[in-house]
Design a protein around this ligand. Structure first.
Ligand code: PLP
Length: 342
């Protein structure tokens, strides 16, 4: 039985076209600034976001943490959604790397509103930390791939301008928001001071993330990347996969979104599962378990029938669609899941 892997959009393997791009990549020592493929990738991504410059790094975690560090001072306070990746899955990076105090806010679907930002800025005094940063995540992983409302992001930007706050975007899956809304990457990300985006999620590259911003910002990121040990030598060999991914795999994310909706609508019909269909906006489906079994046990049962999914809390599971699962695979997965739960 062929396993159908719905654990994450990070599980994809390079396609034949991507492997060909890797095979034929021109390379050079990127720490010396000599790798033409990396340079082309950085130029291409900066162009997509209509920014001056971009910098390639090994991971989304490194991209987020460098962005936060470059624009902050130790002891500043950072406002984040309680469920965000930057805090939940990056090993306390904001405090370890940048000495940031994190204030976790409970949000609806990942959006810290302008009003919440305003309410949580501490009055300046001898005693208080300086509230100086906000980080948003679009699309929002733990909220189920939800898209942040752009009009509210613009209002947050206004409050940030009023109080001198830095606004960071964890745009690991900004590509999905772009395809789902039809709004350009440049417009979606214009309000942000720093942007990180991943090539290794829905776009299907094996490795790599990119930070995007002004020349001055990227120059500072370059130094931090070196400090993080993220300077890589003939890295065009993998940047070629990233370049192939941004040139070929953005528009097709619409298929992943349609497949996620299909999974959600089918599985929603089962009495033992609950799915908030209004949250299924991109390539992620969160299942709420209405049964005795917890999510680890259920993931084990799924695995027995060749469906791989991740526990996402004691009574929650996450399914993610990506370029290595077709509509036929999703139909097969629904059949296998129904065979267990019916
Ligand atoms: C929203 C979000 N941000 C950042 C990351 C970090 O990416 P990486 O695993 O490449 O460090 C992830 C990874 O899953 C993510 O989902």
């Amino acid at each position: 039985m062929k396993p159908i892997d719905l654990r994450s959009d990070t599980v994809t393997k390079p396609s034949a076209g991507m492997r060909e791009a890797i095979f034929t990549a021109e390379v050079g020592d990127d720490v010396l600034g000599d790798d033409p493929t990396v340079k082309e990738l950085e130029r291409y991504v900066a162009g997509l976001f209509e920014r001056e410059a971009a910098l390639y790094v090994p991971s989304g975690t490194m991209a987020n943490q460098i962005c936060l560090k470059v624009n902050s001072r130790r002891g500043w306070e950072l406002l984040c959604d309680r469920e965000c990746h930057v805090v939940n899955y990056e090993c306390a990076g904001p405090v370890v790397h940048s000495g940031l105090l994190v204030n976790l806010l409970t949000t609806e679907r990942g959006m810290i509103t302008a009003e919440m930002v305003r309410e949580n800025i501490r009055p300046s005094s001898l005693h208080t930390p300086d509230t100086r940063m906000v980080a948003l995540e679009n699309t929002h992983n733990r909220h189920g791939g939800t898209i942040l409302p752009q009009d509210e992001i613009l209002r947050v930007r206004e409050v940030c301008n009023e109080f001198g706050l830095i606004l960071h975007l964890d745009g690991a899956r900004i590509w999905n928001a772009h395809v789902a809304t039809g709004v350009s990457l440049a417009e979606l990300t214009r309000p942000f001071d720093s942007i990180s985006c991943c090539l290794s999620k829905g776009l299907g590259a094996p490795i790599g993330s990119v930070m995007v911003g002004s020349n001055e910002f990227i120059k500072k990121c370059l130094r931090e990347r070196k400090l993080f040990g993220g300077g890589m030598r003939q890295v065009g060999i993998i940047a070629a996969a990233g370049l192939y991914a941004v040139k070929n795999n953005i528009a097709r994310l619409a298929d992943d979104h349609a497949n996620a909706r299909y999974l959600a609508e089918e599985l929603h019909q089962l009495d033992s599962l609950e799915i908030d269909l209004s949250r299924v906006q991109t390539n992620i489906v969160v299942l709420q378990l209405k049964m005795e079994m917890d999510s680890t046990e259920l993931a084990g049962k799924f695995k027995e029938v060749g469906v791989l999914a991740l526990p996402f809390g004691p009574k929650k599971m996450r399914l993610v669609t990506h370029l290595d699962v077709s509509r036929a695979d999703c139909e097969e997965a629904v059949g296998r899941i129904k065979s267990i739960l019916n």
